[in-house]
Design a protein around this ligand. Structure first.
Ligand code: UDP
Length: 471
């Protein structure tokens, strides 16, 4: 039977794997709720259209052709924001003519700052998507509201608590620093990406049951409705791949040959890089742990090397069949495989949720941005992970063995199972994510088709019906 579609929504992702994936998942969620979904994306890292026949795609000329931005700099992101303005505006003008009131709103990744300007000019309601945890945003806002309280700090303070940000330490500051201080343009950038402008609501790939107090505080700050409807990858009805890189499925056959609950999965996501020293320490740590492992070494992820050729001499011979290296894995499938017992991760938010939802405890090796915040919460609040404080082979070896073999490791496993159960309850009818999704659908359906002039201010909408409920 053909579903009678509600209005259309336009989604604008940041074209990096960890942001593109949740936006496409959100698209699937909204599509399953009866909306027509248009993905207006920059050309860079174009999603695979054939994996998502349910969406209409529109490619915006981002004028970044030929620039290697596998891991975009601030400048690249500003360029992306500047260059996509006119293409998006032109496209929306055309769409608004074609669809009239049927075009309900535009949802954008919070890093695609320009979208709110374009939407405001056209009086189209806009909604911000946050692809990370609420704890990350809260820590950023707290820091940049009073930077003098945090910067500069001394090396001797690295393990001291960050004022007002328990359980974080100076080491976990989520804003990039040089010599323990932060540059003004960097601070400005973080302020810009967290300014929701005249957007009328925010959507979160997180769970109220996990982050309720922080979500409430943030909602008070932003004064617009918040919809925490995560975990997207489980709320989305379709499991189609969102990978930009080619997934190497052969590792699943290798996992099939392993003993249940025996393999450590190792990956630092789509953007982080390590140097050859860290590669060597990790390699020997894994080898000496004596545990089977599946290791993703992404091309370009070891500075100065193409791929796994940077591995130390004798390593492959020593691990033999016990270790498997791939360039890119079907991660969700890997984490759900019965052979996988642990995840050595950089603590990207998607990887974190994917791991928890498969009941896989973690070894946290965070690099920057939200990762140190997530690692700290995983290891010290939720207690489902061990944080690796030193990147050194014997420490890695011991931590892997602790995770895989010790009673402490078993305790992590129990807690991650509990945590997953709570999240699953939130996804069921009457659960928070489920209810918040229903509220979001009602909210979008009831949006005025065009905002009244002059530029609306936050508060023009009824924010009294709080979406994040106090519990
Ligand atoms: N991923 C994958 N295969 C890999 C490594 C990562 O499919 O070999 C996916 C992973 O499932 C996750 C995304 O890439 O959805 C990485 O996002 P995350 O937020 O964890 O980290 P980021 O890449 O943004 O640092």
């Amino acid at each position: 039977m053909k579903i009678q579609r509600k209005q259309s929504v336009v989604l604008v992702p940041l074209p990096c794997q960890g942001h593109l994936t949740p936006m496409l998942q959100l698209g699937s969620i909204l599509h399953s709720q009866g909306f027509s979904v248009i993905i207006a994306h920059p050309e860079f890292n174009t999603p695979k259209y054939s994996n998502h026949p349910e969406f209409v795609f529109h490619s915006m000329d981002d004028v970044l052709k030929g620039i290697n931005i596998s891991s975009p700099s601030l400048e690249n992101i500003y360029d992306l924001n500047e260059n996509c303005k006119v293409p998006l505006r032109n496209y929306l003008v055309k769409k608004m003519k074609e669809e009239g009131d049927q075009l309900a709103c535009i949802v954008y990744d919070n890093v695609m700052i320009f979208v709110d300007d374009v939407a405001t000019q056209l009086r189209l309601p806009s909604i911000v998507l946050h692809t990370s945890s609420a704890a990350y945003l809260h820590s950023m806002i707290t820091i940049y509201q009073q930077p003098e309280k945090y910067f500069p700090f001394e090396d001797s303070q690295l393990l001291d608590p960050l004022p007002e940000l328990h359980p974080l330490r100076f080491k976990d500051v989520p804003i990039p620093t040089v010599n323990n201080t932060v540059a003004e343009p960097v601070l400005d950038f973080f302020k810009a990406i967290n300014n929701i402008g005249s957007s009328v609501a925010t959507i979160w790939n997180t769970m109220q049951d996990m982050e309720n107090p922080i979500l409430l505080r943030l909602q008070e700050h932003y004064k617009v409705p918040f919809y925490a409807i995560g975990p997207f990858h489980k709320m989305a009805p379709m499991a189609s791949s969102t990978s930009i890189l080619q997934e190497d499925d052969s590792c699943i056959k290798w996992l099939d040959r392993q003993v249940p609950n025996s393999v450590l999965y190792v990956s630092i996501g789509s953007q982080m890089r390590i140097n050859d020293k860290e590669l060597t320490e990790t390699a020997w740590g894994l080898a000496k742990s004596d545990q089977p492992f599946l290791w993703v070494i992404r091309p370009g992820s070891v500075s100065g090397f193409q791929c796994a050729e940077a591995l130390p001499d004798g390593f492959e011979k020593m691990v033999g069949e016990r270790g498997r290296i791939v360039k890119w894995a079907p991660q969700k499938q890997v984490l759900s495989h019965p052979a996988v017992a642990g995840f050595f991760t950089h603590c990207g938010w998607n990887s974190t949720l994917e791991s928890i939802l498969e009941e896989v405890p973690l070894i946290c090796r965070p690099f920057l941005a939200d990762q140190p915040v997530t690692a700290r919460y995983l290891s010290h609040m939720y207690k489902v992970g061990f944080e690796l404080e030193v990147i050194e082979r014997t420490v890695i070896e011991k931590t892997v063995r602790k995770l895989m073999l010790s009673d402490e490791g078993k305790d992590l496993k129990k807690r991650v199972v509990d945590m997953k159960q709570k999240i699953v309850v939130g996804m069921q009818i009457d659960g928070a994510s489920h209810k918040n999704l229903n509220d979001l659908v009602d909210f979008i359906s009831a949006l005025p088709s065009r905002l009244p002039p002059p530029t609306p201010v936050v508060g023009a909408f009824d924010t009294s019906s709080k979406c994040i409920r106090e519990s």
